[in-house]
Design a protein. Structure first.
Length: 249
């Protein structure tokens, strides 16, 4: 049983199918549950977490978001590319603006964006180790759990139930710095959380360098997962202390 922050109770079998809808997952659950991103924000800047929950957080450069979204789609859900509207013009053109007005900018891309991002996604498909991880896996699998009384949601990029392996696909502009990013950006925390949520033993990354097109792989070590669990415990305590204080005032 899942109890969201609005005190609505959900059976797991009822809420999980709804989580395949982006509006429900990112919209409703974005406010009514926590996530690995929430816990990272809580540790780094609690005020930023509160703003982000209300849709008022820091704005990531839009083109970077668009590129990342398109590459993820091409690697993990290539069948959905057929649902996109591709415009052979610039984003400033009337043709593009009319297409966005009819749909939304997450479903409309330019030919230039496709030519930039699809070859990068193809590099992942051509990489043997990545192919073996993707083959037969569940992609974009949703998960939700109660963790110390808190509702927590997540999406597994690549889930291999046959060997209890959870794999995250991530893009970067400098793969040589990914080692530093594991601690800096809380990927260890994400790993510790997802092992619990998806009942896995291993957490790995497929890393795509958007500049060079290089594809690398990295599995979190036992020590990194222990460090990630410590971060997760700290973030949970900070949130629960805040929530307790808020309720008492």
């Amino acid at each position: 049983m899942i109890t969201t922050f609005d005190n609505k109770k959900w059976e797991n079998d009822d809420i999980l199918p709804l989580m395949d809808n982006d509006e429900f997952y990112y919209g409703y659950l974005g406010k009514q549950a926590l996530s690995s991103t929430s816990f990272k924000q809580i540790l780094n800047d609690f005020n930023e977490f509160l703003l982000a929950r209300e849709g008022l957080g820091k704005v990531i450069p839009k083109q970077a978001l668009r590129d990342g979204r398109l590459i993820h789609l091409a690697v993990l859900e290539p069948h959905r590319l057929d649902d996109l509207t591709i415009i052979d013009s610039t984003k400033g053109s009337k043709l593009y603006k009319n297409a966005v007005a009819e749909r939304n900018d997450a479903e409309v891309y330019t030919t230039r964006e496709m030519k930039k991002c699809i070859p990068l996604a193809d590099n992942v498909a051509k990489d043997f180790d990545s192919f073996m991880l993707l083959d037969g896996a569940i992609n974009e699998g949703s998960g939700i759990m109660m963790l110390e009384g808190l509702p927590v949601r997540g999406k597994a990029d690549i889930l291999r139930k046959d060997d209890n392996h959870n794999i995250d696909f991530t893009t970067t502009s400098d793969a040589s710095r990914f080692e530093q990013s594991i601690d800096m950006w809380g990927y260890d925390l994400q790993g510790a959380l997802y092992l619990k949520m998806f009942n896995c033993d291993r957490f790995s990354f497929i890393v795509l360098d958007k500049i060079t097109g290089e594809v690398t792989h990295r599995e979190l070590t036992k020590e990194e997962l222990i460090r990630g669990q410590a971060k997760l415990d700290k973030a949970i305590k900070i949130y629960k202390d805040y929530d307790s204080s808020r309720r008492s005032n």
